[in-house]
Design a protein around this ligand. Structure first.
Ligand SMILES: Nc1ncnc2c1ncn2[C@@H]1O[C@H](COP(=O)(O)OP(=O)(O)OP(=O)(O)O)[C@@H](O)[C@H]1O
Length: 406
């Protein structure tokens, strides 16, 4: 009988180091290299790097696109199929459901269930709800040691974490900017493959939206037309902050009005910066501080640090914080300029249960105390996070159509 193991880790544990120790046979040696394959975003990122260097990858995606041009979900499905085709003795499964839509989650659960008859599975997860049903034993980490994990009653006091009121708007959000985003009959295709079909959607001041849709339905494509410089936006009827896209405004001008946070940002920082500098740098849309902030900007940033209860540790290195606390700092960084729109792109991917609770409280506070509209993109319905409106993309052969759900 196979013994399947889960290790329930928190953001305080160094996941990548832990996985490396497993692969080197230092711990859980049945899952060392080359016996066990690694199903993880770490592997996907490595494959994308290789693809950039060599131009090709032997991992085939369902659309035939390169991994880099594939959606997050397509990449994960392709990697799992590739791993299965290699017949490994064991698989390390890291953050199994991250970025996957509900249907893909149930497909992957079924595939792993079937595999579990012949392949040993080691699951690494930060979310208790994600522990797969066939897992025989669950551990958690204490330092480098594995300790048997028993689900305890949730003894944590669920008190409100952020008691300080949020700072008032730095510059009032103009009454005239409404709607903030308006798409009229927007259609997109890539190499003649239709992705979006006649999208009509508007985001109004202060609204809290969730953008949903299965993997590959075009969520990131929509975001890149709002926030990025996707060339597909040109010639389309997209109005951002009252200005038609492509009519002369620069990407920089648009970004000034948008606060953006994606869980991917947590992997991008290498240089050392203090927590305080990180927050105040949000006024300049730079990572780190290159300009001298005004006294007003410093005051607002300090106010946000007090909201996060991090004022006293503002001089500490940002990178010394856990991923969960780093996310909170980056939300404050996105919010200091009090933008009309805050985009949260898969924000809880990779966070642990405790951090998600804090994160949810901060977003709810922003939704109730500011006039900033929130666009939250995720497959996950986080308990306690309640968007007012959902925009649902449903794929069709002629491209995804969009619908407003209440
Ligand atoms: N530059 C590109 N060239 C070709 N195809 C692309 C490109 N960018 C995206 N696509 C394709 O467009 C489709 C929509 O991708 P998009 O990333 O917008 O989906 P998504 O809803 O965000 O998916 P996920 O939830 O998996 O991240 C996918 O099939 C993807 O492969």
């Amino acid at each position: 009988m196979n013994k399947h193991i889960a290790v329930y880790i928190s953001n305080k544990d160094h996941k990548q180091d832990f996985i490396e120790r497993i692969q080197r046979g230092i711990v859980l040696s049945d899952f060392s290299k080359p016996k066990a394959a690694l199903f993880s975003e770490i592997t996907i990122n490595k494959l994308i790097q290789e693809e950039r260097i060599h131009g090709v990858s032997n991992v085939v995606t369902p659309t035939g696109n390169s991994l880099e041009k594939s959606s997050q979900g397509e990449r994960k499905k392709a990697l799992l199929n590739h791993i299965i085709s290699q017949n490994p003795e064991a698989i390390i499964v890291d953050n199994v459901f991250g970025n996957l839509d509900i249907e893909a989650q149930s497909q992957i659960t079924q595939t792993l269930n079937e595999l579990s008859d012949r392949v040993r599975i080691l699951q690494i997860t930060k979310r208790q709800d994600d522990i797969l049903s066939f897992i025989d034993q669950v551990y958690h980490l204490e330092g480098n040691e594995l300790i048997e994990f028993k689900k305890e009653e949730d003894t944590e006091i669920k008190k409100e974490a952020f008691v300080v009121e949020l700072p008032k708007a730095y510059r009032p959000i103009s009454e005239r900017i409404n709607p903030i985003v308006k798409f009229t009959n927007v259609s997109v295709d890539y190499r003649e493959r239709p992705i979006l079909n006649n999208i009509n959607w508007e985001i109004r001041k202060g609204q809290f939206w969730q953008l949903m849709g299965p993997n590959g339905s075009g969520k990131s494509t929509i975001l890149s037309m709002i926030f990025g410089d996707n060339p597909k936006a040109f010639g389309q009827d997209i109005v951002l902050f009252g200005v038609k896209k492509g009519s002369g405004e620069s990407v920089w001008e648009i970004k000034q009005k948008i606060g953006y946070f994606s869980s991917d940002m947590l992997h991008g920082f290498t240089r050392l910066d203090s927590i305080g500098n990180m927050v105040v740098s949000g006024f300049f849309d730079t990572i780190g501080l290159y300009k001298t902030p005004t006294n007003e900007q410093i005051k607002i940033a300090q106010h946000w640090l007090r909201v996060l209860d991090m004022f006293d540790i503002r001089k500490q290195d940002f990178l010394s914080l856990s991923k969960g606390y780093q996310s909170l700092v980056l939300i404050a960084r996105a919010m200091v300029k009090h933008p009309p729109l805050l985009i949260l792109d898969e924000p809880t991917n990779g966070l642990d249960d405790t951090d998600v609770r804090l994160f949810t409280q901060l977003i709810n506070k922003i939704a109730s105390e500011t006039e900033t509209a929130i666009l939250y993109v995720s497959h996950r319905k986080e308990a306690g996070l309640n968007p007012d409106l959902v925009y649902q993309l449903t794929p069709h052969e002629t491209g995804s159509i969009g619908q407003v759900m209440d």
